[in-house]
Structure formats: structure tokens, C-alpha cells
Design a protein around this ligand. Structure first.
Ligand SMILES: NC(=O)c1ccc[n+]([C@@H]2O[C@H](COP(=O)([O-])OP(=O)(O)OC[C@H]3O[C@@H](n4cnc5c(N)ncnc54)[C@H](OP(=O)(O)O)[C@@H]3O)[C@@H](O)[C@H]2O)c1
Length: 342
């Protein structure tokens, strides 16, 4: 039975939403050239905040121009290998975590952009992408040490729920910020010592009362008042890792009138550090290895959001699910509809 051409989601113009700005297009089938492999994807990971920011042309640091393919991470099975490829054989499971490799049913590219993993299970997809981000944010940028106090925002999310676990494994006290009773229970179940449900409690007041000048590492991907509360409560030598700004989907950061933060940092020898996983590819192999071993040992578990998405078309619903703030754990889309792919 011949297969239909695989498809991918392409940014065609800027727009209000990822759905408005993109189209599903057919990919030109081609055999892998020398050094390349061809992969049929089974799952992709969803980064709805980033997707929305690129749709709105709000990502200053890259300035992505349409037309461009979209999505970051996908996992699948190798269908063909080009001349000279030794790292893969047909049938291997392969994962990629590079931008434009994500929202597509198939991918042909340099073998070096893929990693061989034990199986095309979504767990390897989540570990190789979001897991690596969690580990590098905490250990490489945050430079966490045993027994420190670690705060994390969006703690029930794909990234956050892994940071909570990794920090607990390092013997840290974890202060987890998230929105809602169900998320709070989930994060408590992961071992967080203090969960702040920002819908029920004021983050700044709780930190000032219970963790004044006590945050050795704070990892924030939300921004706004949570970022400010983290800055205010950094410990001596504290490190605030800025890894995202979910509150700013427009690329128009809130303008506030407030004292400059230099004094808050200088007297404590504290720092604010940016984290961008895409700029640290040289650290990915060791981070993957460490995470895969922790997972094999049962020390880290990936939770996937309870809503199932199937087929490339449902990437849009998955993006909207992430934006709703209702998801818990990693959001993924199964690309293969039974018997229909290709
Ligand atoms: N820098 C990097 O290299 C890197 C790598 C991976 C991810 N990230 C960033 O890390 C964050 C987490 O990514 P993820 O994919 O794991 O997502 P996620 O945390 O599973 O989902 C996003 C969560 O952010 C919180 N949030 C706060 N304000 C929001 C808003 N205005 N709109 C939507 N959500 C909001 C919500 O949780 P609460 O309501 O519980 O706060 C929401 O559930 C994202 O901002 C992403 O861009 C950065």
C-alpha cells in the first residue's frame, strides 16, 4: 500500500495564535543523502508558549521569519540511512530536539541531529527534551548543591515537575509555585516541601514570611510578580535562573516602576542568570545519559498530561491546552493515527 506524503506544520505568516499563523503542508519526500537518516515520527513534544511567541513574532532573540517549519522535539523510527551513517540502522528509535524538527510526521536530516534511544516511547522524547532542560537549568546554570533551598515556578508543568524531582534527588528543600488545588497536590506528591498555590496564597508574602533571603536557587519560567518575589528572597550567593516568561506571550514585557535590583543582588553576591537550552547543545549528551540512568533506576518519573492528542492536526489543540494553564506534566501528541500515517 503506498503512503501519502508526510506532513508538517509550517509558519506561513505572523498571527495572533499558532493556529492562525501556520498551515499543515505536505513534505517533499526524499531519500537521505550521505550522512543523513530518514525518520518516521511517532510522537512530538509540545511547547505551546514558545509556539505562540514565535507566531506573534515575539521571540526577540531569534526573529524567526516565515515560512519556516515549527516544533522542537520528536521521536520516531529510522526508515532509511544514507551513505556513511554508522550510528543508526533501519528500525532504530531516534529522537531530535532541534527547532523545526518537531511538528512533522517525518524528518530527513544529518544523523548528528538525532540521538538513538532504546525505543520510540514518548518517555525518551520527554527526557531528551524537557528533561535535559530541567537538568541543565538546575545543575549547569543554577549550580545547585546538596541540601540547598530551590524554588521553582510552573512546578506542575512539563519542565517544572522534573525540576522538582531532580532537586529532591539532590537533597534540596523544594519550594514549588503553581496554580490550583490539583496541581498543588500533584507537586506535593513529587516531594515538594512547600507548595505555594498562587491562586490561594500570595507568593511574595509566603516567601517573605517563610523563606526570607533563603532561596539558593530559584528557577522561573513565568516572570512578573513571581520573578520579583524570587529576586527579593534570594540567599547570599543565591542564583535566580530565568528560563522563560510565560506571562509575556506578546513580547511586550510589563513596564514597572520599581527600584533597580542592583542592590538586591550586589550585597548578597547573588545573581540572575538566563537559561536557554538551545544554546547548550554541547551539554546535551552527558545530560541525556544522566537522566536516562536516573529514569532506569526509577529515580525520575515523567508524568504526561491526562489529555490525549492524536494526529498532526491536534498539535493545535495541544498548544491551546498548554496555554490554558490546565495541563499537568509534559504535553505530547501521538502522530500516528492507527493505520493512517503516510
Ligand atoms: N529556556 C529554555 O531553554 C526552556 C526550555 C524548556 C521550557 N522553557 C519554558 O519553560 C516553561 C515551561 O514549559 P513547559 O512546556 O514545561 O510548559 P508547562 O510548564 O507545562 O506549562 C506552562 C505553565 O506555565 C504556567 N503559566 C503561567 N503563566 C502563564 C500564561 N500566561 N500562559 C500559560 N501558562 C502560564 C501555567 O502553570 P501555573 O498556572 O501552575 O503556573 C502553565 O501550566 C515555558 O515558559 C517554556 O517556554 C524554557
Amino acid at each position: 500500500m503506498s503512503r501519502a506524503a508526510p506532513r508538517a506544520i509550517r509558519l506561513e505568516r505572523f498571527g495572533e495564535s499558532f493556529r492562525d499563523a501556520t498551515e499543515i503542508v505536505a513534505l517533499e519526500p526524499r531519500a537521505p543523502g550521505p550522512g543523513e537518516i530518514a525518520v518516521r515520527n511517532l510522537w512530538c513534544g509540545v511547547n505551546g508558549i514558545f509556539d505562540t511567541q514565535i507566531a506573534r513574532n515575539a521571540v526577540d532573540y531569534v526573529k524567526i521569519r516565515p515560512p519556516t517549519f515549527t516544533g522542537v522535539e520528536a521521536i520516531g523510527v529510522v526508515e532509511a540511512v544514507g551513505a556513511g551513517v554508522t550510528a543508526f540502522v533501519v528500525g532504530d528509535a531516534a529522537v531530535t530536539t532541534r527547532f523545526t524538527g518537531g511538528y512533522r510526521e517525518a524528518n530527513v536530516g544529518p544523523a548528528a541531529q538525532f540521538t538513538r534511544v532504546p525505543s520510540p516511547d514518548r518517555v525518551w522524547l520527554a527526557l531528551a527534551s524537557t528533561g535535559v532542560s530541567a537538568l541543565l537549568a538546575l545543575e549547569h546554570v543554577g549550580q545547585v548543591r546538596e541540601g540547598e533551598t530551590v524554588a521553582v515556578s510552573a512546578a506542575a508543568g512539563g519542565l517544572g515537575h522534573l525540576i522538582v524531582q531532580l532537586a529532591k534527588l539532590r537533597g534540596c528543600r523544594v519550594v514549588a509555585v503553581c496554580g490550583g488545588v490539583e496541581k498543588a497536590a500533584f507537586v506535593r506528591g513529587l516531594g515538594a516541601d512547600r507548595v505555594i498555590d498562587y491562586r490561594a496564597e500570595d507568593v511574595a508574602s509566603v516567601l517573605a514570611a517563610e523563606y526570607p533571603n533563603a532561596l539558593d536557587v530559584a528557577i522561573d519560567t513565568v516572570g512578573g510578580a513571581i520573578f520579583d518575589a524570587f529576586v527579593d528572597n534570594l540567599a547570599v550567593h543565591g542564583r535566580l535562573v530565568a528560563g522563560g516568561a510565560a506571562q509575556d506571550l506578546e513580547g511586550r514585557p510589563e513596564v514597572v516602576t520599581a527600584p533597580r535590583i542592583v542592590h538586591k543582588l550586589y550585597y548578597k553576591a547573588a545573581s540572575v542568570r538566563g537559561f536557554m537550552n538551545g544554546l547548550l547543545p554541547q551539554l546535551w549528551p552527558a545530560a541525556r545519559e544522566k537522566l536516562f540512568a536516573l529514569h532506569d533506576a526509577g529515580a525520575v518519573k515523567v508524568t504526561f498530561d491526562s489529555v490525549a492528542f492524536v494526529g498532526l492536526e491536534q498539535v493545535y489543540d495541544a498548544v491551546e491546552r498548554l496555554l490554558s494553564g490546565g495541563s499537568m506534566g509534559k504535553v505530547v501528541v501521538k502522530l500516528e493515527k492507527e493505520g493512517l500515517l503516510f
